[in-house]
Design a protein around this ligand. Structure first.
Ligand code: 2RA
Length: 328
């Protein structure tokens, strides 16, 4: 299996290397693809050094799979070139997610929809993945009418420069700011750009991608907040169902859902937190309780490592499915 990682030097690209190793993914040849300034540098995979190449070279090497995490512009400019050469692209950017001809995949939910004809597959946004993985079994059981989501998103979602901004602010040193305001001792209700309707693109991704993955009838409204946290994204979710939910049944449903770990026991102060989710592949769910302010409604709390299940792990799981089902 010849596999390319486009954007290998970024935070997600580096995590993809680790996840591929942990999954013992059968890669006979790794093709690390980087921007021109990093061509010629090396990455180590399973104890072997590989030299980074540029995009043109990578296309010509005809990898079976190319996992992209290099931003939307690179995906729009290059994914189709790889696909035209026979490569199956798994793209982590937002470029293809809402394209009606492309599938938006969380393997535990809808990998079964994939066929050998899918040559560009979209990885959902990190905050969407943890939300829909939790909502999927509940929607199947009770039918979800509406979800109100507040996210508390790690600065790693912005990238390494955001982590540096926080570190510098904590040290009291001046440095490049990627956010319009300090993030140390602060929260920013501003993830990605604002749109004409007053929401941010990040908030509209939660609405639009949930509808595409689960059900167009589900109404979602979101507020996405950036917080000075490193280990993962947290989400407070209020879910209104079409019928009366049972909390014990919901706990059982989630406990038996692949990819979800239940962390829910107020008596022992057991609930999900980014410090425990960091570096793990599961989505952690807790604080499950009835909403006493309105019928057929619950509240819950979801945490996941946004660089892992929110990006690298989900993409590698898609690649693993393609290989197992001989779709590549
Ligand atoms: C963020 N979900 O957290 C976006 C992109 N990774 O900034």
């Amino acid at each position: 299996m010849k596999l390319a990682i486009v954007g290998v030097t970024g935070m997600v690209g580096q995590e993809m290397i680790k996840v591929l190793e942990e999954f013992n993914f059968e890669v006979t040849e790794l093709i690390p693809v980087a921007s021109e300034k990093s061509v010629g540098t090396t990455v180590t995979f399973k104890g072997k050094e590989y030299t980074c190449v540029g995009l043109e070279t990578a296309v010509s090497l005809k990898p079976q799979i190319a996992i992209f995490s290099a931003g939307g512009d690179v995906s729009l400019a290059w994914a189709e070139k790889f696909a035209a050469n026979g490569t199956t692209v798994i793209d982590n950017s937002s470029a293809w997610r809402m394209d009606p001809t492309k599938k938006l995949v969380v393997p535990e939910i809808n990998a079964h929809l994939l066929t050998a004809n899918d040559k560009i597959i979209a990885n959902p946004n990190c905050s969407t993945i943890q939300l829909v993985l939790t909502m999927a079994p509940l929607h199947q059981k009770y039918g979800i009418k509406r979800a109100v989501v507040s996210t508390y998103q790690s600065i790693t979602g912005t990238g390494v420069k955001a982590v540096r901004q926080l570190e510098n602010e904590m040290a009291g040193t001046q440095a490049e700011m990627v956010y319009p305001y300090p993030i140390h001792k602060n929260c920013l209700p501003h993830c990605d750009d604002f749109t004409e309707n007053g929401y941010t693109k990040e908030e509209m991704k939660l609405t639009n991608e949930t509808k595409k993955i689960l059900d167009e009838s589900i109404n979602v409204t979101a507020t996405a907040v950036r917080v000075p946290v490193v280990g993962g994204h947290s989400e407070s979710v209020n879910i209104e169902f079409n019928q009366t939910p049972n909390i014990a049944e919901i706990r059982q449903l989630l406990h038996h859902t692949e990819g979800i770990t239940l962390k829910d026991n107020p008596e022992t102060n057991t609930y999900p937190m980014p410090i425990y989710a960091a570096g793990k592949n599961d989505v952690f769910v807790g604080r499950i309780r009835l909403d006493e302010s309105q019928p057929n409604t619950i509240n819950l709390w979801i945490v996941a490592d946004n660089i892992r299940k929110g990006a690298a792990t989900n993409a590698v799981q898609i690649a693993k499915y393609l290989v197992e089902k001989e779709l590549v």
